[in-house]
Design a protein around this ligand. Sequence first.
Ligand code: 5GP
Ligand code: ZN
Length: 112
Amino acid sequence: MDCLFCKIIAGEIPSKKVYEDQQVYAFYDIAPQSPVHFLVVPKEHISGPSAINSQNEAVVGHIYSVIAMLSKELGYENGYRVIANCGEDGGQTVKHLHFHVLAGKKLGENII
Ligand code: 5GP
Ligand code: ZN
């Protein structure tokens, strides 16, 4: 499949890994918008937030739990923001579900 994040998960395109388990892969964003900026993606290809359904929704809860678990290790226990852009109007550029994790400073209103 011609999907950038599927290729990153498969190791065909290099990335700076943050975390990995059976269900998810997390890696630093190539164009960070804050001191800490990484993406968490399901290993299963889901095209975006609008493709979440009763069959695949469990991974979304797992992603939030992984993000909370990593906060101490990565030094963002002071707070963070999670963003999932959806579709053209939502600013989604990569058609594989991904959650931005932004942290490391007091975040303004217009980010990502
Ligand atoms: P979106 O705009 O779809 O919500 O976010 C896509 C994100 O993927 C952007 O923040 C962009 O910087 C990041 N990105 C795009 N291509 C690559 C890449 O090849 N490697 C990494 N690590 N991040 C990428
Ligand atoms: Zn994909």
